[in-house]
Design a binder for this molecule. Structure first.
Ligand SMILES: C[S@@+](CC[C@H](N)C(=O)[O-])C[C@H]1O[C@@H](n2cnc3c(N)ncnc32)[C@H](O)[C@@H]1O
Length: 289
């Protein structure tokens, strides 16, 4: 009897995952079923393949959780977590797995929030006090939200017509840590924002056609310092990620890059990360000797 129920539940979940695609993030719904089944299901279906061609499928969950555990070795207990442009909400679920007390994710596109709400209803992992909304970043203030300890600003900076004001809205709601991940334009001296015009109809892009790429971490640190952050930790900056994004048209030869940067309003929050980095450097030097 229980096998029958489980089999039909599995079939229902799989059917719904395929219906809700394309997916960007690999998120487990149950220990056995993840959103990755969409990838398998569409392999021989040209209609789905076309729809998902501009949506990269990535699996950052474990890496994100490991990073958070390095910054917060005791977990995210009592932390409020905000995810700006949350897509299907993966990072909120992972923050919840680490013990966050409350998670709120928003995205301007209903397509992604439908996925997030499906996961919320069907995940067999802790989901209390996780909420999602269809919302534009620029309307964030209207909600009178309580401040958050941790804010994720990932994949959104370079999809905004006014990224400085957009980032400031998120920064003002953040009391401790902001995690910024963005595409960059690396063929300019760092210290500027480079204009572009993206396709606003693509599921993964912005809504305004006008967008700006930072030239590197320096310009972002300046903006974040102005927005109240005191300490920074550059996780990575790859100056060439090879190939131009099909979603972004610019009138010049461009070098696409990517960076991830942590900003803190709490002094000493990155001490553990900095120590680990210097230990690694030390070890490398010793190995060279
Ligand atoms: C490149 S994806 C990044 C998704 C996710 N944050 C991640 O890192 O995997 C960009 C996301 O930003 C959303 N988005 C674009 N403009 C937005 C806006 N003004 N307000 C809220 N979400 C926006 C898109 O719908 C899309 O889900």
């Amino acid at each position: 009897m229980s096998t029958t129920i489980s089999t039909s539940t599995t079939a229902r979940l799989e059917e719904k995952i395929v219906e809700l695609g394309p997916w960007h993030l690999n998120v487990q719904v149950t220990p056995e079923i993840g959103t990755s089944i969409y990838r398998d299901a569409i392999k021989n279906d040209p209609q789905h393949a076309e729809a998902s061609s501009n949506v990269a499928f990535v699996d950052p969950g474990d890496k994100f959780k490991k990073l958070m555990q390095k910054i917060y070795p005791n977990g995210l207990k009592d932390k409020r977590f905000l995810d700006c442009a949350c897509n299907c909400g993966g990072y909120s679920f992972w923050a919840k797995e680490l013990g966050a007390s409350e998670c709120f994710g928003f995205d301007v596109r209903e397509h992604w929030i439908n996925q997030a709400n499906f996961l919320l209803e069907n995940r067999t992992f802790p989901n209390e006090n996780v909420n999602f909304a269809v919302q534009d970043l620029y309307d964030l203030q209207k909600q009178n939200l309580k401040p958050f300890d941790i804010t994720l600003f990932k994949g959104i900076f370079y999809h905004l017509p006014d990224p400085v004001s957009g980032l400031k809205l998120a920064a003002d709601l953040t009391t401790e840590l902001l995690y910024l991940d963005t595409a960059t334009r690396s063929n300019f001296d760092d210290g500027a924002l480079v204009i572009a015009n993206e396709n606003k109809n693509a599921l993964m892009s912005g809504m305004y056609n006008l967008n700006w790429f930072p030239t590197g971490p320096k310009v972002l640190m300046n903006i974040l310092q102005w927005a109240g952050f005191q300490e920074f930790h550059l996780l990575f900056w790859r100056k060439d990620t090879h190939g131009n994004s099909s979603r972004t048209k610019v009138n010049q030869n461009v070098r696409n890059g990517r960076l991830a940067l942590l900003a803190s309003k709490k002094p000493g929050l990155f001490d553990g990360l900095e120590k680990e980095r210097s230990d690694r450097r030390e070890l490398k030097l010793q190995q060279k000797d």
